[in-house]
Design a protein around this ligand. Structure first.
Ligand code: ARG
Length: 833
């Protein structure tokens, strides 16, 4: 169990400590004086005097049966944790056993050194140790509690992390009488709930990782963890090994201040070596998977709520440290993929990698990141002073949905740095050589260097991501030339949507500049806007006003108690707008995922509201979405056909939690009890193409089966918004149904454009979504499935139901969907949802 913590080069152990010790060199004497004054002050101020490092084993004995330090807390106590690096101590495996003589002797020696350093007289400072070894000695992990009596609370500010560290550091460095040298100290203010006695028994586990994966799970899993849990798993591995811990199942309360899992690259809950802190629910497509940098890792589960969640299941194993530390290299292929170490698992803390890409002379290198997540608390992404990727002198960190770079020569270096604390999923980047004289053969070259289809340039959509495909366009005859140089379809002029971005397509549209134009084209003086009076017939002058109490229009959100809220998309935005809170009820839990591309396989659990409807012996024929345990939403045209059998509930089976049509793990198959198709559904026009399906038994929600949020009737899905359609329908016109669930990103299309391209066939119960350029669309077999949009509130809302289209993915023939907002009231009347 003795391992070698190799810390190489400039990524040396504790950056923050180095900084503090530099400071110490400059003002050593001053610090010494200050320390003296501080200590004298503390000792005087506290009548009960201060800080003694109790002999650790006495402490352990006296608290043997008490699980957490926090149980001993007075009204004001602070817990610090960290480690001390001990040089001159040779490692002995017995040090890992808190009952051994070796452990007790060493703990007592350090105790003495530290109490001497601090000249502490009275016991209000207690400390606990654990040891592990490194190649040049031993690391002692500690956590300590300072109790500050109420009469001394004015000294509380002195107990800052920096101050305690300064006192310890300068004092310990000055110690010259002992054979033990403390060469490094870290201290972090710690949540007392995580400071557990190393001899605690309840929910405290010491595990030994081997190369074979072993499992553990949270208490009560999968039925639910108890409230007020303080659990700790301490995992060690043998030398030259690192530890990987993955969580195939993870469902903790959503509010991280109540319940959370905190993982450390240390044996003490030391913030400066935190790996990550997570709560919430994770779908199987995005599991949590972390690795340590050395041969130890600490996992804490803290729960405070009574809300029971299933908890987690974890698999831990030892992996060779070389897998964690070896990365980078020279790449001479003309294309390839580079990922952060151990991707898609979280990258390890404290690693540095450098990849040097070199392509043939005369070529350049294009880098396209398909994943970039390096988020750390307290980091300014303009500076990236912690973990980062560096390319051509620029550091990148945080989270980016699209990042593309091109080199200026035929060689480019990509460096990756992770510091001691907090890690994340990392990055995956595709690199390829290109000819700078013809960077995108037969395609359009974006300024960022990426290539897009030629037809996407000057089509009114920002496909490059940097707008470069929409600049300097010669507007076609059927296009409107915006003031800012963009071209937009002429149809978008005067449609009350600012398509140009500079408003130029909406200027001079009948109403004067200082006038408000109502939905029906009537112009009223601008001051009718948000004056708490409904002036336009359709109430549009009071829509999206922060405050228009009592005004109820088609644009208002109606609370259950019939109050109206005049705010755009008030529901599920985590702000209580209705006095009865009805705008924040029935909001399904969001999955925080990054979604990329269009028309590709979906992951299991990625669209947990998607349902497959099987009819008699035909297998999958339509899609549906989950509204609640008992109700599904689909399209009428799946049930109202020339064949009456389609309307018989017992002829249908519903499959929830499915991804692969041939795999049934985690899938819930339930029969239908009732089919309610809209009474106004018109088989000729597909108007009111909506149906509600009542299940004969309730669904059980899991992490692959979850309901979708319904938008209120006032919810706005603006033209241009990118939404997602999913289903097992045909993958091209006339093609075969898909075996794996497919997802495609489609854009909401402006109503007047929709009406023109469908030759006037759309009614107000329909909306268009897709691309006028064609290429991405729903198709046969997707019907009844959901069109969902992700809102800033962090929730997915269902905007449409797949209904019809002319062919599939044809140019100028976008998909037509039933407009859920228009049919919202009917859903409520029928189901109460
Ligand atoms: N009516 C089709 C079905 O039954 C869905 C058509 C959707 N077509 C489209 N191009 N978006 O599956």
């Amino acid at each position: 169990f003795c391992s070698f913590f190799s810390k190489q080069g400039h990524n040396g152990h504790h950056e923050r400590i180095d900084f503090l010790s530099n400071k110490e060199k400059v003002s050593k004497r001053k610090t010494g004086l200050l320390v003296g004054v501080l200590l004298a002050f503390l000792v005087l101020a506290a009548v009960a005097a201060f800080l003694i490092w109790l002999f650790v084993c006495e402490f352990i004995n006296s608290f043997k049966h008490k699980a957490t330090l926090s149980a001993q807390r007075g009204p004001q106590s602070q817990v610090f944790s960290g480690h001390l690096k001990l040089a001159g101590v040779s490692y002995d495996q017995n040090l890992e056993d808190t009952e051994s003589k070796e452990f007790k002797d060493l703990a007592s020696t350090i105790q003495e050194i530290v109490s001497l350093t601090l000249e502490i007289k009275k016991p209000s400072f207690i400390s606990l140790f654990l040891f592990s070894c490194i190649f040049e000695g031993v690391i002692a992990y500690y956590w300590s509690q300072f109790d500050i009596p109420p009469e001394d609370l004015d000294v509380l500010p002195e107990f800052s992390e920096e101050r305690v560290l300064e006192v310890l550091e300068s004092g310990l460095k000055a110690q010259r009488f002992s054979s033990i040298h403390i060469t490094e100290v870290t201290t972090s203010l710690t949540d007392p709930r995580m400071a557990r006695s190393p001899t605690a028994r309840d929910c405290f586990f010491r595990l030994e990782a081997t190369e074979n994966g072993q499992e553990f799970s949270s208490p009560g899993y999968p039925h639910g963890y108890p409230p007020k849990s303080r659990c700790q798993w301490q995992i060690r591995a043998s030398e030259d090994m690192a530890i990987s811990v993955s969580f195939p199942f993870f469902h903790i309360e959503d509010d991280c201040s109540d319940d959370f899992v905190f993982i450390y690259d240390s044996l003490s809950p030391d913030e400066s070596q935190a790996i990550t802190n997570k709560c919430g629910q994770r779908p199987p497509s995005n599991p949590l998977e972390v690795v340590s940098s050395g041969n130890i890792i600490l996992i804490n589960l803290i729960t405070d709520t009574d809300v029971q969640r299933p908890g987690f299941q974890a698999v831990y194993k030892a992996i060779p440290s070389s897998m964690v530390k070896t990365c980078g290299g020279v790449l001479i292929a003309t294309e390839g993929v580079i990922t952060s170490p151990l991707y898609p698992s979280f990258y390890p803390p404290a690693v540095d990698c450098k990849w040097s890409i070199k392509v043939p002379a005369g070529k350049k290198v294009r880098l396209k990141f398909t994943m970039f997540r390096m988020k750390e608390p307290g980091v300014d992404i303009r500076e990236c002073h912690k973990d980062y990727v560096e390319v051509m002198g620029t550091k990148y960190c945080g989270e980016m949905s699209s990042l593309s770079l091109t080199s200026s020569t035929n060689a480019v270096d990509l460096t990756f740095h992770s510091d001691e604390s907090y890690t994340d999923k990392g990055f995956s980047v595709q690199y390829s050589a290109f000819d700078p004289t013809n960077p995108c053969p037969d395609m359009f070259a974006c300024a960022s260097g990426i290539c897009i289809g030629k037809e996407m340039a000057c089509d009114g959509w920002n496909d490059c991501g940097d707008m470069s495909d929409e600049m300097d366009c010669k507007c076609e005859k059927d296009q409107f030339a915006c003031k800012n140089g963009l071209c937009k379809p002429k149809l978008w002029e005067c449609d009350r949507v600012n398509d140009c971005g500079d408003g130029s397509d909406e200027k001079g549209c009948g109403c004067e500049e200082n006038e408000w134009s109502c939905g029906n084209g009537v112009c009223l003086p601008q001051d009718v806007r948000c004056d708490n009076k409904k002036d336009c017939e359709d109430g549009s002058d009071e829509a999206s006003c922060i405050n228009s109490p009592g005004i109820c229009s088609a644009f208002s959100f109606k609370c259950n108690n019939n109050d109206c809220v005049n705010k755009v998309n008030a529901e599920c935005d985590r702000i209580k707008d209705c006095s009865d809170n009805s705008d924040e009820e029935y909001c399904s839990k969001p999955y925080k995922l990054s979604r990329i591309g269009g028309g590709q396989n979906a992951e299991l659990g990625e669209w947990p509201w998607q349902v497959s409807l099987h009819f008699m012996t035909y297998g999958h024929v339509c899609g549906a979405s989950i509204l609640s345990e008992r109700w599904l939403l689909s399209a009428s045209h799946c049930f109202v056909t020339s064949n009456p059998a389609n309307h018989v509930p017992s002829n249908w089976q519903t499959y929830s939690g499915m991804q692969n049509q041939y795999k049934y793990d985690g899938v819930q198959r339930l029969p239908l009890k009732r089919i309610i198709s809209h009474p106004d559904y018109n088989q000729m026009t597909f108007d009111y193409d909506i149906a509600l399906l009542e299940l004969s038994e309730p669904l059980e929600f899991t992490n692959t089966i979850q309901p979708i949020c319904l938008p209120s009737s006032s919810h706005v899905f603006p033209a241009g918004m990118a939404c997602w359609v999913t289903g097992w329908g045909a993958q091209r016109e006339g093609g075969q149904k898909a075996q794996l669930l497919q997802k495609a990103s489609v854009k909401i299309i402006n109503d007047s454009v929709c009406n023109v391209v469908t030759e006037g066939q759309v009614t107000s119960r329909m909306l268009c979504s897709g691309f006028l350029a064609g290429g991405v669309d729903a198709c046969q077999g997707d019907s009844g499935g959901p069109l969902v949009c992700f809102e800033e509130s962090g929730k997915w809302f269902q905007a449409g139901i797949v209904s019809w289209g002319e062919g599939c993915a044809r140019r100028n023939k976008p998909g037509v969907y039933s407009r859920v907002t228009k049919l919202r009231q009917w859903i409520k009347d029928e189901t109460g949802i």
